[in-house]
Write a protein that binds this ligand. Sequence first.
Ligand code: NAP
Length: 259
Amino acid sequence: MDYAIRGRKAIVCASSQGLGKACARALALEGVDLVLNARTRDVLEATAEEIRREAGVTVTPVACDITTPEGRAAVLAACPQPDILVNNAGGPPIGDFRDWDERVWQQAVNANMITPIMLIRATVDGMIARRWGRIVNVTSRSVKAPLPDLGLSNGARAGLTGFVAGLARQVAKHNVTINNLLPGPFETARTVDGLRKRSAKAGQDFETFAAARRAEVPAGRFGDPDEFGRACAFLCSAHAGFIVGHNLLIDGGAVNATL
Ligand code: NAP
């Protein structure tokens, strides 16, 4: 299927590795020119070169912290009028709610709620004026089913989800869609890091612990980031203009729910 987005311009935040990179690559394979972002410059530049070589699109890396006003300004300066915005950032730390003081909560809300809202605010009016826009927010399955050691994610991402539910319905008539993608467990650096911490806490060796977590997923495995990226590219396609304010779980069935 031709997604009919060749030549469109996208900002993909937090995209040097993991799910953000997979979204960027999938868009690039559909012919979309990219601005990529992450904090670690050499990793980001290597990813930009890898995608450029594979897809033959223009890829501009902007090394900065997307959760700061300066970082967002730098990314927007590289692409002031994106057709596509993929909001993503590092996830909050795991832990117990008693460990999280006001500063930790401010950081989580800033990274996983305010940052995407500020980027939407900066780009959505241009999309409305051009009568074409696609915004995808990477959130988490924690929005549908709270994760006990990820209270910061449960809370901050629910705030973004509530805001987006309203705004998506205000901008849809301009052919601007806003949707959320909710990852379950994917094989990324963040997942491996989380498994290491949890296996250490449980006193089990990493491989045994990880195999047990994979077996818990109805699909019998963790997700491949490419599967996530391809879904993102479809939501950004010309054909997805009637998909509005949706929260799409991509989790191999991990969330045990009927709806
Ligand atoms: P990852 O493999 O750790 O990759 C994170 C990417 O974001 C890296 O490119 C990282 O590069 C960049 N990044 C982190 N903080 C940033 C910042 N402040 N500014 C700019 N770039 C930043 O993580 P992932 O697994 O792909 O997860 C992506 C998001 O999905 C996270 O919010 C995570 O909580 C959420 N999620 C993931 C899963 C999963 O199974 N993987 C499940 C549910 C939710 P630098 O470190 O160099 O900046």
